[in-house]
Design a protein around this ligand. Structure first.
Ligand code: PLP
Length: 455
């Protein structure tokens, strides 16, 4: 591809993106496709001869886009909805062009330093301690896996078969997977009971630790969640941090979804106790308008991550002579190569500024509050959990089956996408706001759908 050919196709792509971002709300949120449909329409093998970009772009529009779930749709309200904002997309485009791989400072000085600087900016907004070192991962799952590996190493255990990890019964599945990947036995992951509002019970945590100690096991790590996946509940971090300290356990906080709320003064207390944590994960690709993927791990013990992954002797091809000031980020991660993810975050933080970010977060919380209010005033629906941040969990006052059918009908309509979960043993609907384009009118449309489609 010559630079001129690139320019021509690139202009076309940017025009397509701009139109897409403008009109995405007019598309069905979910595609009307069957499993295997795209596979059947694509050739079985790759072309022998190169094809013109016009044809590739046409197939992108005609074959690929119709099978896309529009995560950037203002009525994508499932899971934890997110946004690929304009500034974030521009940063991502430039990162792809630079193709920088900052495994070492020497292989990416600007990317390494921009990562440290932008994570320090965000750390300040969140009110986290100055000595928290930040590093970018692809996802919270990977970040948490690294935290558990560091915790295991810090526990100094040669025999890992007796190590026990504690989390809540409402923790994200990524915590269990992180433990399994770190070699913790399946029977050694404790899911501590939660209270009626889905928060880990500190007394049950202490009892579990005591019981394991009596049985000769080795408790080593606690993972509380700030903003659980099902209901966005908050585990009581100050009490849990005190327990971690009392027993000398690694404390890793999963703030993947709710973390950004701490940017708001009125929600700053969310992170109370986080200053005592050993590590914490927060996902700008969830509720900070940054395109997939970008997750941040903050830790006050970076050396434990380095030690956990250090080799007896680094191979010659990776050794560098340095002044000592440079940070070689690959020393803190299992992956050697590193995408230049910080660029899109830097674009987002600068383009919105703190005020812009606060305005959007507050609007999402306000929209969720208003929707929850409507639910609680309705004779047909009820809240299924306390309304937290930008999430509303609710149900039709009927059977699980009726609620499942209602969810299916809403999603089949193409007008909105909600998700479901189980709380207190009952199936409930989840409406999560996280898209920068979501407005009051979108939620009114969801309300009309509920009224029209309810049993
Ligand atoms: N933690 C919580 C609380 C989540 O809700 C999720 C995903 O929704 C994760 C972790 C996993 O995030 P990721 O997809 O970045 O691995």
């Amino acid at each position: 591809m010559t630079p001129e050919e690139f320019r021509k196709a690139g202009h076309h792509v940017v025009d397509w993106i701009a139109d897409y971002l403008r009109d995405v709300g007019e598309r069905p949120v979910l595609p009307d496709v069957e499993p295997g449909e795209l596979t059947d329409r694509l050739p079985l093998s790759a072309p022998e001869k190169g094809e013109p970009m016009e044809e590739i772009l046409e197939d992108f529009r005609e074959l690929i886009v119709p099978g896309i779930v529009h995560w950037n749709h203002p009525r994508f309200l499932a899971y934890f909805a997110n946004s690929a904002s304009g500034p974030g997309i521009l940063g991502e485009m430039l990162a792809a062009a630079l193709n920088d791989n900052h495994m070492l400072w020497k292989t990416g000085p600007a990317a390494t330093e921009l990562e440290q600087v932008s994570l320090s900016w965000l750390r300040q907004w969140l009110g986290l301690p100055e000595d928290f070192f930040g590093i970018i991962h692809d996802t919270a799952s990977t970040a948490t896996m690294h935290a558990v590996i560091a915790a295991r190493s810090a526990a100094g255990a040669h025999d890992i078969s007796s190590l026990v990890l504690y989390t809540s019964e409402h923790a994200n599945l990524s915590v269990d997977r992180a433990a399994l990947a770190a070699g913790v036995g399946r029977g050694h992951i404790r899911h501590i009971e939660a209270d009626d509002d889905f928060r880990m019970r500190p007394a049950a945590l202490t009892a579990a630790i005591e019981s394991d100690l009596r049985a000769g096991k080795r408790p080593f790590c606690i993972v509380p969640t700030l903003g659980t996946t099902s209901s966005a509940s908050l585990d009581p971090l100050p009490e849990i941090a005190a327990i971690a300290r009392q027993y000398g356990l690694w404390l890793h906080v999963d703030a993947a979804y709710a973390g950004p709320a701490a940017i708001l003064e009125e929600h700053r207390s969310l992170l109370n106790g986080a200053e005592l944590s050993d590590s914490l994960v927060i996902n700008p690709h969830k509720w900070l308008f940054t395109p997939m993927d970008l997750s941040i791990l903050y830790t006050r013990r970076p050396d434990d991550f380095r030690r956990a992954l250090s080799l007896e002797e680094a191979p010659a091809y990776i050794q560098t002579a340095g002044s000592g000031r440079e940070v070689n980020l690959c020393e803190y991660t299992v992956s050697l190569g590193r995408r230049f993810r910080a660029l899109k975050l830097w674009f987002v933080l600068r383009s919105y500024g703190r005020e812009g970010v606060e305005k959007i977060l507050r609007s999402h919380i306000e929209l969720a509050r208003a929707f929850a209010q409507k639910i609680s005033e309705s004779p047909d629906f009820e809240l299924a959990a306390p309304q937290m941040f930008s999430l509303v969990c609710f149900r039709w006052k009927g059977s699980d089956q009726e609620n499942r059918e209602l969810l299916e009908k809403i999603n089949d309509s193409g007008r909105a996408f909600l998700s479901g979960t189980t709380l207190h043993g009952r199936f409930v609907l989840r409406l999560a706001i996280g898209n920068i384009g979501t407005t009051k009118a979108d939620l009114e449309e969801v309300w009309d759908l509920l009224e029209k489609l309810k049993p």
